[in-house]
Design a protein around this ligand. Sequence first.
Ligand code: SAH
Length: 362
Amino acid sequence: MSTTDLMTLSAGETADLVRDKGWPRFHTHQILRWLYQHRVTDVEAMTDLSKAVRMQLSAETRISALPPVETLTSEDGTQKFIFHLEDGKAVESVLIPNTSSRENDRLTLCLSTQVGCTLDCAFCLTGRMGLLRNLKAHEIVGQVLAVQRGLAPGLRLTNLVLMGMGEPLANADAVEEAVRRLTNQPWGVGLSPRRITLSTAGLTSRLTRVAKMGVNLAVSLNATTNEQRDRLMPAVNKAYPLQALMKACRAFPLKPHRRMTFEYVLLRDENDSAQDAARLVKLIRGMRCKINLIPFNEFPGSPFRRPADETVLRFQAIVTKNGVDAYIRKSKGRDILGACGQLGTLSESLPLIPVPQRCSTA
Ligand code: SAH
């Protein structure tokens, strides 16, 4: 008889299983708490269930886990975990300690939501892999549970960012289910939604899903004209041009005391001029937001370059002078290809996607 993986079940499906077995209803929360709060991988560890229930569960179910097959540690303390999924495909998560000097005890995990990516952003390594497949909810949550299991006693993940491999809103159902398990207080991982940030390249029609999840929204803008954005982020900008995206962002129901983030990857001589900065300010005028400037992280074969530090500072100065907070994201883990846009396989068999030229008529 094939066994059911308990991690693949939603809370409702776990309740169904408990009901079908004729067990008391409170067993549902007990089982879920063992999975998401104690992170056990063996039914035998569920010691508040009777021996008989445990025996039956062990016989008919299993608990999948995502043990990291490889961990790379950067000079700056960032760690990249490579996980093998049950079908042999791999995804990566990045653990980033102390992302802000104000909050020294912050421990952020950057999660993947797809193997590869639906989109084709020209500056992103993951984009070159194409989409191999969407992750299931339990594979998204599994990254969190696996990393938390490996942390020293007393250490806890405090923040999650859905900014690893993939476009989270292209896999919105699984992401939504993962967020439910990560934020549920009575039986789930119990993180506050305000500690979770979802980053999208701009799947505009699905921003309402982010609002429904209650997590923070980050939008990867990266360009200030359609011409530029078509070149840098062709698939998403063709589907949702800049004006439509900005309109939806302005309509996004921000909760009190929260603001949205716009990410802006700075590419030398592409989108890093003073004019670009001025256009950016104009685009976001009056919005409750901040800007994260990400100087491009280079990877082998990438056609783009990182701007000089002075250019980055000049860009930041123009934005902040106009009253918008702009932070330069210190890219961590670059030596282990763990920084933004560096996740993915550097396989030689992957074709390099030619970057559309500025004057292309295509
Ligand atoms: N698909 C989502 C989340 C993954 S990308 C999104 O686009 O937001 C996470 C962030 O990394 C995005 O802001 C993206 O623009 C940025 N990024 C991608 N490649 C990069 C690179 N090579 N250097 C710096 N940032 C990069």
